[in-house]
Design a protein. Structure first.
Length: 259
């Protein structure tokens, strides 16, 4: 039984609102962190005219729609990615509420989700994954494992093995092809997923990440004509899915095979 069946749909409205607030934080974080700007200090301002943004400019999604996707002061265009990030975060918060097994897992998921969305956005825009965010995600992964089967030792072993394998692949690829196989940032994501997920869920995660990666890479090549694509959004989507539904999916697979 999931949490939403116990708490009812009344849980989903506040979760959606919370998702919008965190989505708004993610837009600021994913803009400021790679540019070396302070995340905590300094009020948001329009990058075009420098106007300090106030409440009417900062309402998630609503401000963007009401102002026709432009700054209220100088009419400079405001990218659609801001409301898109807010909408995605909101949807993920609601989905987390629908799928979480209990309150602790819900809280952990709600803590992980904004970090994961920020990492995906930063990788898309800058092709890198800031350590401050991957470390935070690794800590949350350990907490998740601790509240799951509690087998922290297996988690640490899996993460170390994956990190070693990723590093070896990198060295091998560099020697053979003169370019890295899997980026170090992507390797860190695969390793930290090993902290959280038991073996069955981890294999499922690898499979989903592989399939999403092929689709995502194909789209990237087709639309942009570039073979090198940011892999992290696909890895993070697979990780999120495996955290939320890994065990349920595995049970279904087992039932399909037995039946
Ligand atoms: Zn402006």
């Amino acid at each position: 039984m999931s949490l939403s069946t116990i708490a009812g749909p009344s849980l989903l409205v506040p979760l959606g609102a919370l998702g919008l607030v965190f989505g708004s934080f993610v837009t600021a974080l994913s803009y400021r962190l790679p540019r070396g700007e302070s995340v905590a200090r300094g009020r948001s301002h329009c990058p075009a005219c420098g106007h300090v943004l106030t409440v009417p400019d900062l309402l998630p999604i609503l401000s963007w729609v009401a102002q026709g996707g432009a700054c209220r002061h100088c009419r400079a265009q405001v990218s659609w990615r801001y409301p898109a990030i807010e909408a995605v975060t909101m949807a993920l918060f609601i989905a987390a509420g629908l799928a979480a097994a209990d309150l602790t897992h819900l809280v952990l998921l709600l803590a992980m989700t904004p970090v994961m969305v920020a990492l995906a956005v930063i990788d898309l825009e800058h092709q890198r994954l800031p350590n401050s965010l991957t470390i935070m995600l690794a800590m949350l992964a350990l907490a998740w494992r601790w509240r799951g089967d509690g087998d922290i030792l297996s988690g640490l072993t899996a993460a170390a093995a994956v990190a070693l394998l990723g590093a070896l692949l990198n060295v091998g690829f560099r020697k053979l092809k003169g370019k890295p196989g899997l980026g170090m940032g992507d390797t860190k994501l695969f390793a930290l997923a090993g902290l959280a997920l038991p073996l069955g869920s981890y294999l499922l995660f690898m499979t989903i990440a592989g399939v999403l990666g092929v689709i995502w890479g194909g789209l990237w090549r087709w639309r942009l004509g570039i073979s090198h694509f940011p892999f992290a959004p696909a890895i993070l989507a697979a990780y999120w899915l495996s955290l939320v539904a890994g065990e349920t999916l595995l049970e279904r697979l087992v039932i399909l095979r037995m039946g």
